[in-house]
Design a protein around this ligand. Structure first.
Ligand code: NI
Ligand code: MN
Length: 225
C-alpha cells in the first residue's frame, strides 16, 4: 500500500487496485499549491466530518472521478443532493468494501457544514487492506477510546492531528500513540493556519525522546506502508 500526503489532513491511500482519498482540502490550502486536484482520481473519498477544511474539494473531485463517498449518514445525504453517490456509516459500524474493511470510529470534535447545517457526529476510520491496518482519527481530542481500539486492532500506522487549538497537540498525540500501540505515527492538521503552526524540530525531538516512531509527512511525496 502507498500513501501520499496532500497537506492539512488530506492523504491518499493506494492499494493495488483501489485508491482512497481522505478529507480533501487542497485547492484552498496555499501549502498544497503544487498539488493539482485534477491529477487525483480516487475510487473512494472518506470524510471524517463536515468542516470546510475537510470537505472543500469533495464535490469537484467526486464528480470528476465518479468516486463514492464513505462518511456518516448526514454527510452522505448532503452530497447525495449534489448527485454524488455514497455509503453511509456511523460510529462503531464497519463494512467490507472491495478494497478491504472500514470501521468508523468516534471522534471528540464538532461537525457542521460551512453553511452551519448539521454534519452529524465527527468520526475517524480504521482501514484494513492488503494486510495493513491504518487508523485515521480525524479531528479529535485525546480519549481513552484509543486503548479500546488497540485491543481489537493491530495498528501499523496511526494518523493523528497534532496542531493543537482545534485538536489535540503533539504531547497528547504521543500519549495517543502509546494507547493505540501503533507501530508508526504520522502527524497531520498542522501548519495550515497560523493557530496550528508547529515547530517541526521540537516535535521531532520530543517524539524521539519518548521513543515514539513518528513522522511529519511532506506534501506530495508518496511513501510505502
Ligand atoms: Ni474540524
Ligand atoms: Mn479540521
Amino acid at each position: 500500500m502507498k500513501c501520499t500526503f496532500f497537506g492539512h489532513s488530506s492523504f491518499l491511500l493506494e492499494t493495488e487496485h483501489h485508491s482512497l482519498l481522505f478529507d480533501p482540502f487542497i485547492s484552498q490550502n496555499p501549502l498544497a499549491n503544487n498539488i493539482d486536484i485534477d491529477s487525483i482520481n480516487p475510487d473512494y473519498i472518506l470524510i471524517s466530518h463536515a468542516h470546510g477544511d475537510h470537505i472543500a474539494d469533495v464535490e469537484h473531485i467526486a464528480k470528476r472521478s465518479e468516486s463514492m463517498i464513505i462518511a456518516n449518514f448526514e454527510i452522505v445525504n448532503h452530497f447525495a443532493e449534489k448527485g454524488i453517490t455514497g455509503f453511509a456509516m456511523n460510529s462503531g459500524g464497519s463494512h467490507l468494501f472491495p478494497f478491504g474493511n472500514i470501521a468508523m470510529t468516534h471522534a471528540y470534535h464538532s461537525s457542521s457544514f460551512p453553511d452551519g447545517t448539521y454534519g452529524g457526529n465527527p468520526n475517524g476510520f480504521v482501514i484494513q487492506a492488503e494486510g495493513k491496518t491504518i487508523y485515521y482519527s480525524g479531528d479529535t481530542a485525546i480519549s481513552s477510546d484509543f486503548a479500546l481500539l488497540s485491543e481489537r486492532y493491530d495498528i501499523d500506522l496511526a494518523i493523528l492531528p497534532i496542531g493543537n487549538v482545534f485538536t489535540m497537540d503533539y504531547f497528547d498525540a504521543e500519549r495517543a500513540c502509546k494507547m493505540l500501540k501503533a507501530r508508526k505515527c504520522m502527524g497531520v492538521h498542522f501548519d495550515t493556519f497560523p493557530p496550528i503552526k508547529i515547530d517541526h524540530d521540537i516535535v521531532r525531538t520530543y517524539m524521539k525522546l519518548k521513543g515514539q516512531d513518528f513522522f511529519l509527512p511532506n506534501i506530495g511525496v508518496q511513501f510505502d506502508l
